[in-house]
Write a protein that binds this ligand. Sequence first.
Ligand SMILES: [Zn+2]
Length: 383
Amino acid sequence: MIDEERLKRYFLDLVQIDSVSRAERAIAQRLARDLEALGIPVVMDDAGSATGADAGNLIARIDGNVPGARPLFLSAHMDTVAPGNGVRPVVEGDIVRTDGTTVLGADDKSGVAIIMEVLRTLKAHELPHGPLDIVFSICEERGLLGAKALDVSRLRARDGLVLDCDDPHVLFTQGPAANHMRWRIIGVEAHAGVAPERGISALQVAAEAIAQMKLGRIDTETTANLGTIQGGTATNIIPNLVEVHGEARSRSVEKLEAQTAHMTACFEEAAARHRLTVDGQTLQARVETSVERAYDLLNVPDDAPIVRLVLQAAATPGTTIETRATGGGCDANVYNGKGLRIANLGTGMRDIHTVKEAIDLQDMSRCARVVLELVQINAQDQE
Ligand SMILES: [Zn+2]
């Protein structure tokens, strides 16, 4: 029942609408218009002002046509990474890619197109469905900011899907929580040639700390990385400020907190070793630490209703889907942190965040058939 030709055309339309993060207005307006043409009321929330974007999240609430059926949540994000403006899709058989100058934006316009195609098919064939809460989010690629700003009390559904990963045979149900950290190491500035004994090098403190730090893959559930380091002004000045940015991720919140504390302790211990007395005054290197929870755990149990629905729906159109853990984060992590049970289903997007990004239209259609099927199976589940 999925109209593959219509799905393809719509996907090609969407990828040609510029929508890098914080500039989602044009695609949001198009989607709002198309939802309204289907008779579906849609509102835009105020996430735009919270995130600095020119549009908010789109929320469409569709009434069910089966009394007592469970509400279901479906979501994809509207924004893309750069270079994402002026996309010229190239279609070769079932494969869609770009001319090599931009990303394709199948991440995540494949998810958006699939949801729209499912809604059109439900409508055209008057298929049974429960209440549907559709969210097209902004700023996913900017730290999941749209999802973070979403007020989930506006939703009826507590279970559902984000369509925002690659392999159409995979349902991500487990993923790490992540912290983003920033350390400012503060030393004492001095002339490097004239008075080096009056200075504390923030760079040296940072180097000692980093040399002691466990980084990379910490264990099967935990990773850590320092991504940037900046500091110093000139070779003849002992630098008094170095700023280091890093992250840690783990599928265990305890391990995440332990790794975060370890990284901070390395900086603090190194700073404590650098003390100096100048003109009777004691000077000490110090560290300012800021830790921010970037996103929460994705942790949907295998016996959760949404997992059962996806596996059951996959069996019907003769495809297979397995649950898996990912090392990445997406809007689903944020929604789970807000108490929803949302898993992430693959749409077929490949080589995302590169100008080689591509998608196989057969994969996209397969995902659409699974989603259409699970919406109908869900309609049989009474609350
Ligand atoms: Zn994405």
